[in-house]
Structures are given as structure tokens and as C-alpha cells.
Design a protein around this ligand. Structure first.
Ligand SMILES: [Zn+2]
Length: 336
């Protein structure tokens, strides 16, 4: 016959052991730890890739960060500084608190579904609600951003756009600027790209002042001269790879380089992200500026990461006609 103590033991012990299991499971925190490790690893990978990118692309890499920051600091107002600081803080906070990938996807799907429900009859089928960006994507003055910049049409030493603003999606550690309409359109472009699975697309280079171009060019020429080339020879070699000061389209404040944080520069071409951006850029007023089959006309090698804002009207026509900007501006000149 069971005593009262036996009955109590029989009833309480399973409860205690079940409670212990629950405590162990919740303290194990396997998921949060794994997620933490994953986030850190991803950040490290991105940092490594940025180093790769910086070493392989002269235009992105050798940019002297301090000089650019000094120059940009002079250009901005106090209000803009605050915005930039806030943006950087937001990005940092988002990256630090990023949930595990599966949760992110679920959340994004939910958000996307909610956003889609709020967008009535969007002719371009955007998944994100971009209605507040529309005036920037399709500017009222449709010809205002069609400027052609290349070695035959340099901007020169003194050109500097008056409406530069900080962009929302610079890679961590960067503070890139574009002209207002290009910056807002890029924000919409990246928002929609992320809603379509390009989750880690960021800008790695945008407005580049004349002085920065000159610094990059002169530094590289100096290095070549140290290898024994004359100044003329070194300049000729450098011009093949790097825009001569005043000739870079980045000085227009309308050109931006975007990359996936998980891909290095030369892996990017074959990624889903590169294909999605190239096919959809026109909807946001951008063109792929240096296409693969136009190298002889643009005089630049294929750059799957370099996009140029022209506004949606012209971007769509350029995309539909399969032209590069040089061909299109010539076509307009000949056809009114
Ligand atoms: Zn570029």
C-alpha cells in the first residue's frame, strides 16, 4: 500500500523532471547562439568582400575615405549631418539585431503581402509600396537627367551638383551621396530588389568629386612610374582602367555602384541579384550604363554593378531599344 509520501513522489517527480526539461531547453538557447554566430560570420564575409572589391576595382577601392568625408562634411548642412548619422545608426542597429534567415524570410513575406494589399492596381507590379517615390522615379522634367558624361564629354574640374543628399543604403562604413532624385529612386530600387529576394544589395560608391578622381589617378600613375614607366606611358596605361579626372560619370551624382554584400566583384555578374537589377532598373529610372555588348561604344568594360539614373521615361526607351547612352543621345539628336 502506498504511503502519502509515495503518492506525492509519484505525482510531483514527473512534474519536476518535466519542468527541468523546459528550463534546460530554454536555457540552451541553441537558436539565438547559432543566429548570433551566423550574423557575425556574415558580417565578416561582407567585410572580406569589401576588401576584395576595394582591391580589385580601382574606382571603388582606392577612394581615399578621409578625403571624401572631409569634402562631404563641408558640403552638408547640420540637418543633413543629423540625417546621415541617424541613417548609419539605423543600418547598424538593423544589422546587429538581424534575426535568423528563416525568420527574416517569413517576416518579409508577411510584410510584402501586407504591402501588396495596400497598393491598388500598380501597373509595374511592385511588391513594395513605392507610391511615395513615384515623383522621383518619373520626374516631371523628363529630360533633366539625360546628361552624357564620358571621355568625349567630361564634366571638368569645377562641376559639382547642387542637390546632393546622403543615400539610405550605403554599405556599412560608407557615406555616399547622389543627387536628390537619383538618391530617392535608388532607395525605391533597393527596397523593391529586397522584396524580390536581393536581400543584401547596397551601394558601394556613388558621387565622386573631381579631387577624389584626381587623387586616385595620380596615385596610380605614381605607382606605375615607380615601376620604371615614364609619366606619359604611366598615364596612358592608367587611362585604360581608370577614368581621367573630370571624365568619371560618378562626378555627375547620377551614377552608383551596387553590389550584393555576399558576392565579390567578379562573382556578382553571375548572381540572381545582378540579373534582377539589370532587368528591372528601368522601372526605377536607371540604366545599366556599361553593358557587355557595348564596350566598343562606351569605351568601358562591362560593369554589372554600375547604374545610371536618367528617369523612367528615357530608361524604359533605352532598355526597350537595347541601346547604350551614347547611342541613345545620338538617336535623339538625329530624330528630334
Ligand atoms: Zn561605377
Amino acid at each position: 500500500m502506498k504511503t502519502t509520501v509515495d503518492i506525492l513522489k509519484a505525482a510531483v517527480l514527473p512534474l519536476l523532471s518535466a519542468a527541468l526539461c523546459v528550463i534546460l531547453l530554454s536555457c540552451g538557447a541553441v537558436e539565438p547562439d547559432a543566429a548570433g554566430t551566423e550574423t557575425k560570420a556574415a558580417v565578416t564575409k561582407a567585410e572580406t568582400d569589401e576588401t576584395d572589391a576595394l582591391q580589385t576595382i580601382p574606382e571603388i577601392v582606392t577612394e581615399p575615405a578621409t578625403e571624401t568625408e572631409e569634402e562631404t562634411t563641408e558640403q552638408i548642412t547640420t540637418e543633413e549631418k543629423t540625417t546621415a548619422e541617424e541613417t548609419t545608426e539605423q543600418i547598424t542597429a538593423e544589422e546587429t539585431t538581424a534575426p535568423p534567415a528563416t525568420e527574416t524570410e517569413t517576416e518579409t513575406e508577411k510584410e510584402t503581402a501586407a504591402e501588396t494589399a495596400d497598393v491598388p492596381d500598380d501597373p509595374l507590379g511592385f511588391k513594395a509600396d513605392l507610391s511615395s517615390y513615384e515623383k522621383y522615379l518619373d520626374p516631371e522634367d523628363k529630360d533633366a537627367y539625360l546628361i552624357l558624361v564620358n571621355p568625349d564629354h567630361p564634366l571638368g574640374e569645377t562641376y559639382k551638383p547642387a542637390d546632393l543628399v546622403y543615400i539610405a543604403d550605403s554599405r556599412e562604413g560608407r557615406k555616399d551621396q547622389l543627387r536628390l532624385y537619383a538618391a530617392k529612386s535608388l532607395e525605391a530600387f533597393i527596397k523593391e530588389a529586397r522584396a524580390n529576394g536581393c536581400k543584401r544589395i547596397t551601394s558601394v560608391s556613388a558621387y565622386r568629386p573631381y579631387n577624389t578622381q584626381k587623387y586616385i589617378f595620380d596615385t596610380d600613375v605614381e605607382k606605375l612610374m615607380q615601376q620604371g614607366y615614364s609619366k606619359e606611358e604611366a598615364t596612358a596605361i592608367e587611362r585604360k582602367d581608370t577614368a581621367y579626372p573630370g571624365e568619371s560619370e560618378h562626378q555627375s551624382g547620377l551614377a552608383v555602384d551596387v553590389l550584393d554584400d555576399d558576392s565579390s566583384l567578379y562573382e556578382f555578374e553571375s548572381t540572381y541579384e545582378a540579373r534582377w537589377l539589370a532587368e528591372n532598373a528601368w522601372k526605377f529610372g536607371f540604366i545599366l550604363r556599361y553593358p557587355k555588348d557595348k564596350e566598343e561604344i562606351t569605351t568601358y568594360v562591362y560593369e554589372p554593378w554600375h547604374f545610371r539614373y536618367v528617369g523612367r521615361y528615357h530608361a524604359k526607351r533605352i532598355y526597350d531599344m537595347g541601346m547604350c547612352l551614347e547611342e541613345y543621345t545620338e538617336y535623339l539628336a538625329n530624330n528630334g
